[in-house]
Write a protein that binds this ligand. Structure first.
Ligand code: 4AD
Length: 455
């Protein structure tokens, strides 16, 4: 049985067999206590053996064992049951240099042993919560009739137009084929043209939303931006719903409902781990999540947000002004200090946003929205999409994008075009938010950042 099920159902008087890894072993005169963890929950199961039964067995911290015995009431207040051990066998011995001895290790140290860190309490908790969130994502959209779409990972289009893509090639880079002028002959590459890892599944999701209706993607996305921050990864997971026959306001309604549903799922299913985060990582976390599970989000325009920031004048490193993108310090000031909760900022200047966003009647701004949340800053970026062929074509041309690359995207605006909208939620930022973990590298199993792709 798994320890979570034993502790949850308090199967007093039953004989059970458990398998897991020894956290600690403690001897007294007659008995030996073994704390066993199998990863199913934060709590260990205490095994109590007559010391004679374990004589000669090398069961140090980290050893994998199988134990059987009777579940009895525990005299210790912190656990309802313990196992009165009858047999114990070693499944896998552990070397004496096992790095996870019983003491607190720094998160940086644990990052260097990412193959062992899921056995540490903090990371067990992070990855159980991550799993709860992933399941909740699918449940949320499935219950609302959204189609789950697997967007391609290798692509030839740059959705965000930011040129931050990782190229995919099977050329020998020391000696790639060249054309007569000496330039690399990409037409002879594997895909017949330059290809890259996707930065977003949005454009493909739009194809499906404008044929099968509401849909969403949930997959890995890649950005070759050289950002060494606590909120950026080169490989991260993004959830991108795309809603048919919808405008920006529908988009924000869905985003708000989605974030609240994810928070509720964490509170419903992850309380034991949340208590750990509340005690060790971020005091008051659970109260904050409970408050936000029912909160409605503030909505302000970018223009009003800039006015608000200008009032706060000198406190920022980067001076806010109309036309500039919001910096992380601005985002956090708005969500943490001005509004003390999640905020949608809408209608950004078109010059700082992507080509596909719908141009507003003022011809200066676009129907975009970013959702900002305390501690994390931007967690969602979304927009209503430009559905008017002529306007979209002009945007593509004005931005100097290669029109021919977008032929199929433009086609969607020629054949039964509809208003539609969508957003992308950074999955790791959501995990950060509900756990309180400060660094995004600690909420993804194997972080990829500039200079690091170990494991
Ligand atoms: O604002 P972004 O770039 O939006 C898009 O990619 C749109 N195509 C989404 C859409 O409308 N379908 O990214 C969306 C979110 C951000 O708000 C952030 O949470 C996350 O993705 N994100 C990152 N997370 C971790 N590391 C990075 N380098 C990230 N870049 C974006």
């Amino acid at each position: 049985m798994r320890i979570k099920d034993i502790l949850r159902t308090e199967r007093l008087g039953e004989h059970v067999t458990v398998k897991g890894w020894v956290r600690t072993r403690r001897n007294s005169a007659q008995v030996t206590f073994v704390e066993l963890n199998d990863g199913s929950c934060m709590s260990n199961l205490q095994l109590v053996f007559d010391s004679g039964l374990l004589e000669g067995l090398n069961i140090g911290t980290g050893t994998a064992v199988e134990a059987s015995g009777l579940l009895v009431e525990s005299p210790a207040p912190k656990q309802p049951v313990e196992l009165r051990g009858e047999t114990l066998s070693i499944i896998g011995e552990t070397a004496s240099d096992y790095p996870l001895q019983k003491k607190r290790h720094s998160l940086e140290f644990l990052r260097d042993i990412a193959h062992l860190r899921p056995r540490a309490n903090t990371f067990g908790a992070v990855f159980r919560i991550r799993n709860i969130l992933a399941q909740a994502v699918h449940r949320f959209f499935h219950e609302r009739g959204f189609l789950y779409l697997n967007a391609p990972i290798i692509t030839t289009s740059d959705c965000e137009g930011a040129g931050e893509m990782f190229h995919v090639t099977n050329f020998n880079l020391d000696d790639p084929p060249r054309d007569p002028k000496g330039a690399v002959a990409w037409d002879r590459d594997f895909f017949g043209k330059p290809a890259a890892l996707t930065v977003s599944g949005q454009l493909e999701a739009e194809i499906f939303a404008t044929s099968l209706g509401n849909c969403y993607t949930f997959g890995p996305t890649f950005r070759a931006e050289n950002s060494n921050t606590s909120r950026h990864l080169a490989e991260f997971w993004m959830i991108e719903p795309e809603i048919a026959f919808a405008d920006l306001s529908d988009d924000m309604d869905l985003a708000e409902e989605f974030i609240r549903a994810l928070i509720r799922a964490t509170l419903d299913e992850g309380m034991e781990d949340l208590e750990f985060f509340d005690q060790r990582i971020q005091k008051g976390l659970i109260d904050m999540l409970k408050r936000l599970a029912d909160a409605s989000f503030t909505r302000i325009t970018y223009t009003d947000a800039i006015a608000e920031l200008e009032k706060a004048g000198d406190r920022f490193e980067f001076k806010p002004y109309w036309g500039a993108d919001l910096q992380s310090e601005h985002e956090r000031y708005l969500t943490e200090e001005v509004y003390d909760g999640p905020v949608f900022v809408t209608d950004y200047p078109k010059d700082i946003k992507a080509f596909y966003m719908r141009v507003n009647d003022d011809d200066k701004t676009v129907a975009a929205m970013d959702c900002l949340i305390p501690r994390v800053g931007e967690i969602i970026g979304g927009s209503q999409r430009e559905e008017r062929y002529d306007v979209l074509l002009k945007r593509i041309q004005d931005l100097g994008l290669v029109e021919a690359d977008y032929w199929w995207y433009l086609d969607l605006r020629r054949y039964g075009s509809i208003p539609h909208a969508g957003f992308g939620l950074g999955f790791e930022r959501m995990v950060q938010f509900v756990t309180g973990m400060a660094n995004i590298r600690d909420v993804i199993p194997f972080p990829r950042t500039p200079g690091n792709a170990a494991f």
